[in-house]
Design a protein. Structure first.
Length: 89
């Protein structure tokens, strides 16, 4: 398993949010998110937005806490980064 989360540091809709990614596959990420009860609408191009109240559950389920910078590095190194503005065909 290679699921990573960063600390919830983004304020939106009256909640703190973090990000969750896989450096293996989107399929792995979707399965992990589903097991946490994260709705599919939380998926944004290459990551899930995770509310603070699910942060501990993600860690307990095996996600590894890393910095936001390291999260982007791992996602990019795995070839799974989909930055805004990039068109996928």
């Amino acid at each position: 398993m290679s699921i990573f989360i960063d600390p919830p540091m983004w304020w939106h809709l009256d909640l703190w949010w973090g990000h969750m990614v896989s450096d293996e596959s989107y399929d792995e990420l979707h399965v992990f998110a589903e097991q946490l009860g994260v709705p599919r609408r939380g998926f944004d191009r290459d990551h899930y937005d995770i509310p603070e109240h699910l942060h501990d559950a993600a860690l307990e389920a095996g996600a590894l806490l890393i910095t936001s910078r390291e999260l982007v590095v791992r996602l990019t190194s795995a070839g799974l980064r989909r930055p805004k503005g990039r068109v996928s065909i």
